[in-house]
Ligand binder design. Structure first.
Ligand SMILES: *[C@@H]1O[C@H](CO)[C@@H](O)[C@H](O)[C@H]1NC(C)=O
Ligand SMILES: *[C@@H]1O[C@H](CO)[C@@H](O)[C@H](O)[C@H]1NC(C)=O
Ligand SMILES: *[C@@H]1O[C@H](CO)[C@@H](O)[C@H](O)[C@H]1NC(C)=O
Ligand SMILES: *[C@@H]1O[C@H](CO)[C@@H](O)[C@H](O)[C@H]1NC(C)=O
Ligand SMILES: *[C@@H]1O[C@H](CO)[C@@H](O)[C@H](O)[C@H]1NC(C)=O
Length: 505
């Protein structure tokens, strides 16, 4: 009897499955809903952090690609932290005594850090510009390989050089390790086709974003599955910790579900928003000057007072005697993935050492000095960046990207980018409102700080939150040093594993 019943049930179920694809879709939706819900619950922060404006022991710079994070790294963080204090996990360098992690890895990296003793900062950019910039940079880096006669030799050369070079290659860093080889292959295919005369003749007037003889047009780029996987809504996924590069095992299923059922994206967006709310600092690429100033006030000042506290400790003296490896930011934002770009064949085999960066913080660094140094640093950085860019784009002339040329892109393409990045659009608006609050707070805070100094002069002990903000760092130095050492080692091991496993794919 029970056998009969089973038979009936399974027949009914089978019929259901066959006759109602809608229903199985529904099942999948329900399944996905559960998956997303579980993730949301597990990622919920344990309450509001009222202390979020105080810099904790470790600073995690969540670097969303193409937001200008590199300038912050080079022109602020480099001047605030010695390279020995940096644990640049994703940039695949091992150094000890980390107080700083700068990474293109997503938020899930925090699971490898002491979460309650880490402060997170990030910069966001208008999604439309971020997509444009991602496209342009992929083309720019890929075009450098066109010095080679064919793709095979380009690939061989880069794999031969990479292990030798001490700098970190763009080709090792997510997301460029996927975007650049893809674009590179495409550029070679188009060049070969041109050589064989297979392509239509070039038109006179041309939109560089739609020049299929030379380079993959922008509208093809944004519609490719790879862009869907890696580029669109990239900031939201990165802040949520759900990128293709996540440390979280369930991230891939969650991402898949959100892609299949876009309504579930709301939940991801809400998590990303609340993460931003909890950050020590959120900058905006567009509002560059103000962002830099806020960064100095909100982060720089605290790093300086933290360093002071540290350098007065004996433990620190011990630590700073440890190995200081030379460091280089992966040239991901300016290019210079490796030695290939600027060189001709005679130079390809030679080792070019990474740019000499300050390995020690200048004594008596102050907030004012920092801001001054920043201005100088950024202008020279921009100059070299644009030189490199035009050198590279020469190889695909007459295609040439510029702000003016962007105006030639049809409105339909722009609208499509906006709709493909609807989560990012909303996250960006949220970041703008956080930015306003920060400005407000910073102004108010400075007022309070002044008042406090006066209070101090008339010898009154009065603790305010702003005072705490400057003197927040006090204890746990020994603990910090030992644990950070351990973290760095763990990260190193993970990195190695991830690297080898990913590179082999
Ligand atoms: C690619 O270029 C290299 C170097 O010029 C050459 O030796 C090789 O035969 C080429 N390979 C193909 C498949 O054309
Ligand atoms: C990430 O995306 C790239 C490009 O689509 C793919 O090759 C890779 O396997 C993906 N990784 C994961 C973990 O899904
Ligand atoms: C390669 O570079 C060297 C010096 O940088 C230069 O003298 C030489 O002409 C270059 N060769 C080619 C083929 O561009
Ligand atoms: C830093 O300041 C101290 C006293 O405030 C001074 O003795 C020292 O020379 C200064 N160092 C530098 C490099 O300016
Ligand atoms: C591309 O445009 C920039 C200005 O927008 C110009 O400086 C550069 O020379 C151009 N490059 C080429 C190869 O035409």
């Amino acid at each position: 009897m029970s056998g009969n019943l089973k038979f009936i049930i399974s027949t009914v179920l089978l019929l259901f499955a066959i006759s109602t694809p809608v229903c199985s879709n529904e099942d999948n939706y329900l399944h996905c809903q559960r998956v997303v819900k579980n993730w949301v619950e597990s990622s919920r922060e344990s309450g509001q952090d009222r202390d979020k404006l105080n810099l904790k022991d470790l600073l995690f710079f969540l670097h969303v690609p193409r937001t200008g994070g590199r300038t912050y790294f080079h022109c602020f963080l480099r001047k605030l932290y010695t390279s020995a204090q940096e644990c640049p996990r994703s940039y695949d360098k091992l150094r000890f005594d980390p107080r700083l992690v700068v990474s293109h890895d997503d938020y899930s990296l925090i699971s490898k850090l002491p979460e309650d003793r880490s402060s997170v900062v990030t910069i966001l950019r208008n999604p439309l510009d971020r997509v444009f910039s991602t496209y342009e940079f992929s083309v720019e880096v890929a075009a450098r390989f066109l010095v080679h006669p064919n793709l095979t030799s380009a690939k061989q050369m880069s794999s031969r050089i990479r292990p030798k070079s001490r700098g970190v290659s763009t080709l090792d860093i997510w997301p460029w390790k996927y975007l650049v080889p893809w674009m590179r292959e495409d550029l070679f295919v188009r060049r070969d086709a041109r050589k064989l005369g297979k392509l239509r003749r070039m038109n006179e007037i041309t939109d560089p974003y739609n020049m299929e003889n030379m380079v993959m047009p922008l509208h093809d780029f944004i519609n490719d599955p790879l862009a869907h996987e890696i580029v669109h809504n990239g900031a939201t996924f990165q802040v949520a910790g759900l990128t293709n590069n996540s440390y979280l095992p369930e991230a891939h299923e969650v991402r898949e579900c959100v892609r299949k059922h876009p309504t579930l994206g709301r939940a991801v967006l809400e998590v990303a928003k609340s993460r931003l709310d909890q950050m020590l600092y959120v900058g905006l690429t567009e509002d560059h000057k103000k962002s830099a100033r806020l960064f100095v006030n909100m982060v720089g000042a605290q790093v300086l007072s933290q360093s002071e506290a540290l350098s007065s400790s004996d433990v620190q003296a011990e630590a700073s005697r440890k190995t200081e490896l030379s460091s280089s930011f992966p040239e991901s934002e300016t290019g210079e993935p490796d030695q290939i770009q600027s060189s001709n064949y005679s130079q390809l085999g030679t080792e070019v050492s990474s740019p000499t960066d300050a390995t020690s913080v200048e004594a008596n660094m102050t907030v004012e000095k920092l801001m001054g140094a920043y201005e100088e640093c950024i202008s020279s950085l921009r100059k070299s960046q644009s030189t490199r860019r035009s050198m590279s784009l020469k190889r695909i002339a007459p295609a040439n990207f510029s702000k003016e040329a962007r105006l030639l892109v049809p409105e339909t393409v722009l609208q499509q980018i906006i709709s493909l990045n609807s989560l990012d659009m909303e996250l960006y608006r949220h970041a703008e409102s956080i930015f306003l609050q920060q400005e407000h707070h910073s102004l108010k805070g400075r007022g309070a700080f002044m008042a406090q100094q006066q209070q101090k002069m008339i010898n009154t002990e009065h603790e305010s939150s702003w005072n705490n903000l400057y003197n927040g760092y006090s204890s746990g130095k020994v603990f910090l040093l030992t644990t950070t050492l351990t973290i760095c080692l763990i990260l190193f091991v993970i990195t190695k594993r991830r690297r080898t496993s990913k590179l082999k794919v």
